[in-house]
Write a protein that binds this ligand. Structure first.
Ligand code: G3H
Ligand code: 13P
Ligand code: ZN
Ligand code: NA
Length: 308
């Protein structure tokens, strides 16, 4: 069934594991993720970005996710990723999403509170849960000194005040992760001390980690071997994700790792089968690669397998 993340987060919090939130853009991606979750007996958050809505047309995504629920019988959360305004959140709530993210993190603190509060009121009246964001996602290497890190990363006191004033259901925090395949210039490093302080001020409250792909070297190398050019890519080590999941982080966002897995498989297939021009042949490989990646994440990193 289509569910909210409320109960999933409470189990993840108590069990010190995390639920995977995977970005979806087309049928093959959805099928790969859902097949993996079915085999691993895991709940799922399928998340849709503004870019995904633009690419696929929102109605297609909604019905593909509905098909996935009917076919799998899994508890699935349909979530808006990085909603940038009240209006887009409202649209998704009216459309049947069970969870929305309002990302007003680029606004000043008080404005972020006001916009988030408006979304929370509209959503809660309709049984929908809300994720917000405080702080800016930037690699720790981007912060040239301690005060720069302090300015960009989530302030623990502000996080506590933000949650109290907005009534939001979960909060994305900035502790050194960033979106995409180039997260760290040097050694990967997250501010776990900050995470611990935030979690300590918000006992029982689910935190969210964006930009949490690991960028597994094996997949970058496969892309590059078959004609790609992705130099110097680096992600968040899996051990750090396991640690975060044990410290109040209940939702871990993964998109880049799926992109890399699918692209590597498609590049390989096209290179090895130059006569093929049937899209099903390479998309099937892309879909399987997504499935294997998601199985790995669920069973070896997130720990949300055998949940059902
Ligand atoms: O937040 C970023 C996600 O990876 C979604 O990316 O906006 O290109 O769909 P996108
Ligand atoms: P990655 O780019 O690390 O996969 O992060 C995805 C994300 O945070 C989507 O909101
Ligand atoms: Zn994100
Ligand atoms: Na957790």
């Amino acid at each position: 069934p289509l569910v909210t993340s409320k109960e999933l987060f409470s189990k993840a919090y108590d069990g010190k594991f995390a639920i995977g939130a995977f970005n979806v853009n087309n049928m093959e991606i959805i099928q790969g993720i859902v097949d993996a979750a079915k085999e691993e007996k895991a709940p799922l958050i399928l998340q849709v970005s503004a870019g995904a809505r633009k690419y696929a047309n929102p109605i297609y995504l909604k019905h593909l996710v509905q098909a996935a629920i009917e076919d799998s019988g899994l508890p699935i959360v349909l979530h808006l990723d990085h909603g940038e305004s009240f209006e887009i959140c409202k649209q998704c709530i009216d459309d049947g999403f069970t969870s929305v993210m309002i990302d007003a993190s680029h606004h000043p603190f008080e404005e972020n509170i006001a916009i988030t509060k408006q979304v929370v009121e509209y959503a809660h009246d309709r049984g929908v849960v809300v994720e917000a964001e405080l702080g800016r996602l930037a690699g720790i290497e981007d912060a040239v000194n301690v005060s720069a890190a302090d300015a960009a990363f989530t302030d623990p006191q502000q996080a506590a005040e933000f949650v109290e004033k907005t009534g939001v259901d979960s909060l994305a925090i900035a502790i050194g992760t960033s979106h995409g395949a180039y997260k760290f210039k040097g050694e990967p490093n997250l501010d776990f001390e900050r995470l611990q302080t935030i979690a300590g001020l918000l006992p029982g409250f689910p935190l969210v980690l964006h930009g949490a792909s690991t960028v597994l070297p094996e997949f970058v190398e496969l892309c590059n071997k078959y004609g790609g050019d992705i130099p110097g890519a680096q992600g968040v080590p899996e051990e750090m994700l396991r640690k975060a999941a044990s410290m109040g982080v209940c939702k871990i966002n993964i998109d880049t790792d799926l992109r890399l897995a699918m692209t590597a498989a498609i590049r390989k297939s096209l290179t090895e089968n130059p006569n093929n021009f049937d899209p099903r042949k390479y998309l099937e490989g892309g879909r399987s690669a997504i499935k294997e990646m998601v199985r790995h994440k669920i069973a070896n990193v997130l720990g949300c397998n055998n949940f059902l």
